[in-house]
Design a protein around this ligand. Structure first.
Ligand SMILES: Cc1cc2nc3c(=O)[nH]c(=O)nc-3n(C[C@H](O)[C@H](O)[C@H](O)COP(=O)(O)O)c2cc1C
Length: 383
């Protein structure tokens, strides 16, 4: 029996040149901070519709955001959110082939609890589970829990120990005592083990030097915020990350978050973007978000944050894919050549625009060799 069965059972390891996921639809308004019509109103029937549409289309992952309170403004952006392990478990049971993430704020979940919840979802999904580890940057959330708010880089030190403890719980055949800096545990134990060996993949979106160190030495994949949107700059940023991982003897996938506006003409796409950002953007909410992000995260300097305002309203700071289906597919090709392994997508209107993606963009990606052709419904890829 192989020591690593993830290549066979987890959709994250499929041989697509550009993998695809749907992001943030466990939160009201998803990733767009706008009052434009058709925005994501969180409810379970629509959640199931989107998840099953992505599953049937052969997309690779569903990623929820771990969020505990909103940002105010007319939208009270992300105020209503489904908890991510329970969300992942339910969607795992309602889908057949797509990977399902939970997002865990490590200081808010004890490793013994998280290891078991993750193993449970891994069993529910037949080994399609992945874990997004976040250290936290929204202090008000921590205050709700009465949790300790550590200095930025210490949060990553804590996360490293947290992951080490969880991985041991996932793999240890016998009880063990854990005596760490942050956790002391007697006769630690967790059963069942996850189906995935050596253990479910872990992703992290750290952007600071401490975050990137964590991503390259601990995680299996990194969500990168592309600082430089020209080809050479983006490639250099990704090469640096992958090379640092290789130097640590590891292979790390790089994913980015993209926001998509796909229309019949570029002018139409840009007009709609302009409408939902400049005309209908919730500037109170975005200012609240940027204020918190700027003050409490080390990723972006204040000047860069200002430039990001537009992108935050448009898609939570993601990378823009705005234009016709053909233009989007050539942009995806460029991203792939830059070293991006996967894109997590958000739209204003998930139901309608995911359908459009499946009907119009996906076939072009297949024709372009970015993705292998879809199997018959229900069959697994990568076997
Ligand atoms: C694609 C993506 C997904 C993220 N998901 C979450 C999340 O669900 N919850 C959260 O609090 N932070 C989330 N973050 C924020 C990161 O975990 C991280 O805190 C942020 O990028 C700042 O990095 P730094 O702490 O290294 O400065 C996400 C970031 C990205 C790019």
């Amino acid at each position: 029996m192989s020591n690593d069965n993830r290549l066979e059972i987890n959709p994250l390891y499929r041989p697509h040149r550009m993998k695809l996921g749907v992001m943030a639809f466990n939160c009201s308004h998803g990733s767009t901070i706008t009052t434009a019509e058709g925005g994501w109103q969180l409810n379970w029937p629509d959640t199931i519709t989107v998840a099953q549409m992505a599953d049937r289309a052969g997309l690779d992952v569903l990623l929820p955001v771990g969020r505990w309170r909103g940002y105010g403004g007319a939208t009270n952006f992300n105020a209503s959110t489904y908890e991510t392990f329970t969300w992942a478990s339910a969607l795992g049971a309602a889908t057949t082939q797509i990977g399902v993430f939970a997002t865990v704020h490590v200081p808010l979940f004890h490793p013994v609890m998280a290891a078991k919840m993750a193993a449970t979802v891994d069993h529910v999904t037949g080994g399609r589970f992945c874990l997004n580890v976040v250290c936290g940057w929204f202090k008000d959330e921590f205050e709700m829990f009465g949790a300790e708010w550590r200095e930025h880089d210490r949060r990553y030190d804590y996360a490293e120990e947290w992951v080490r403890f969880v991985r041991r719980l996932w793999s240890a055949d016998t009880e063990f005592d854990f005596d760490g800096k942050y956790f002391q545990s007697k006769r630690a134990w967790s059963e069942p083990k996850p189906l995935q060996r050596p253990c479910p993949p872990i992703m992290n979106a750290g952007g600071s030097p401490a975050g990137q160190h964590f991503a390259t030495t601990v995680a299996d994949m990194n969500f990168l915020i592309l600082r430089n949107q020209d080809f050479a700059g983006g490639k250099a940023q990704i090469d640096a990350l992958k090379n640092a991982a290789r130097a640590a003897g590891r292979d790390v996938q790089v994913w980015i978050h993209v926001y998509v506006v796909c229309r019949d003409t570029q002018a139409e796409a840009e007009r709609y973007l302009d409408y939902y950002v400049r005309e209908k953007g919730d500037y109170t909410a975005v200012n609240n978000l940027l204020g918190i992000f700027g003050m409490q995260s080390a990723t972006l300097d204040p000047k860069a944050l200002e430039e990001f305002r537009f992108h935050f309203i448009a898609g939570h700071g993601g990378y823009p894919l705005v234009g016709t289906a053909d233009q989007i597919v050539s942009k995806l090709d460029q991203l792939s050549r830059m070293g991006v392994d996967g894109c997590l997508i958000s739209w204003v209107n998930y139901q309608e625009e995911l359908k459009q993606w499946v009907d119009e963009v996906l076939p072009l990606m297949e024709q372009d060799g970015q993705r292998i052709a879809r199997p018959a419904a229900g069959a697994a890829l990568g076997k």
